[in-house]
Design a protein around this ligand. Structure first.
Ligand SMILES: [Zn+2]
Length: 319
């Protein structure tokens, strides 16, 4: 069977891999700077060149490749193959015909998918979601992305916009979210929201190792630094992860009631905190879900790491 290319269009780097979609093996991976400031036409030219380069570097020819999948960080119109709003890229790419342009430049069929739906598809096919038919993924990083697989199918909704779990509301009077709404999960438990809790604790003068680790420089506080403090038993740091996990747990409880997932997968940079984040999510589900058999819902960390997206979106292109 032909191999497929999976691409991760990031704000900093463009990553492209030749993937064996039958077993999820990444055969060859290349990464170049996105140079997003140079505009979408330059970025699309660079992408097309990268795809042709990675085919060559993998020792293959264009005829060995069945197609290209591109994981895109933002809102898409899958029916038209256009980008609608990419908040992390300059110019935000309104109505850019990404799918047709890459097809024209490479001569290969191209498919688009949101970046976290790509991760969801990868984890479902070959990672932490393998073997079950209904999962929810929370990708906790700079924002909170999401994705759903329901009854053995990646859930898309209108133009592929379904599955934005970071923008489910956990307090309708809550703080403003980047999307323009109030009280979204992302405003409470994303990486920046966790860092902000650490900054508040230090500036309030609470006794915490976070202050020592950041050497009283608030700009150095990150979710990783707070996790490091929590690992040594620092109560303030532990409490911050308790809160973040509680908030994600509330959103996850709503998802349990909606789709009855077999597994909830926590991905993204903040998921590196592991048990610090997973334990309060599990506890919140147990306390707050009574309408379905929540003891059968597993809460686990993602398995494929940085390759989940390129694996997932190459499988998407092949499907
Ligand atoms: Zn939002």
């Amino acid at each position: 069977m032909k191999k497929f290319i999976g691409c991760d269009l990031g704000g900093t780097n463009l990553r492209a891999a030749v993937v064996d979609v039958e077993n999820g093996d990444v055969l060859h991976l290349m990464s170049i700077p996105t140079l997003a400031r140079e505009g979408h036409d330059t970025v699309m030219d660079r992408m097309a060149d990268l795809f042709l380069d990675v085919i060559k570097a993998a020792g293959m020819k264009k005829k060995d490749i069945g197609g290209i999948g591109i994981g895109v960080p933002g809102v898409l119109d899958l029916e038209k193959g256009e980008t609608l709003f990419l908040p992390n890229l300059p110019g935000t790419w309104p109505h850019v015909p990404l799918q047709d342009t890459i097809t024209r430049l490479t001569g290969l069929p191209t498919a688009l998918l949101n970046d976290v739906r790509s991760i969801t598809n990868g984890e479902w096919r070959f990672g932490a979601g393998r073997g079950v038919d209904t999962i929810a993924v929370f990708a906790v990083g700079t924002g909170i992305g999401g994705g759903l697989v329901v009854n053995g199918q990646l859930h898309l909704g209108i133009g592929g916009t379904g599955g934005e779990l970071g923008h489910t509301m956990i307090d309708f009077n809550g703080p403003r979210c980047g999307c323009g709404n109030n009280g979204c999960l992302e405003a409470y438990a994303s990486g920046p929201a966790i860092s902000a809790m650490g900054m508040k604790a230090v500036s309030q003068g609470l006794t915490t190792k976070i202050a020592n680790l950041c050497e009283y420089d608030l700009n150095r506080i990150t979710p990783e630094l707070i996790a490091e403090a929590a690992e040594t038993g620092d109560e303030v740091a532990e409490e911050i992860y308790e809160k973040a996990g509680y908030y994600i747990g509330i959103a996850a409880a709503n998802i349990c009631a909606s789709i009855g997932p077999r597994r909830i997968i926590i991905a993204g940079g903040v998921a590196q905190a592991g048990k610090l984040l997973l334990a309060p999510i599990r506890r919140t589900l147990k306390e707050r879900v009574h309408i379905m058999p929540v003891e059968q819902v597993e809460v686990v960390s993602s398995k494929l790491g940085d390759n989940a997206g390129v694996i997932g979106v190459s499988c998407w292109a092949a499907s």
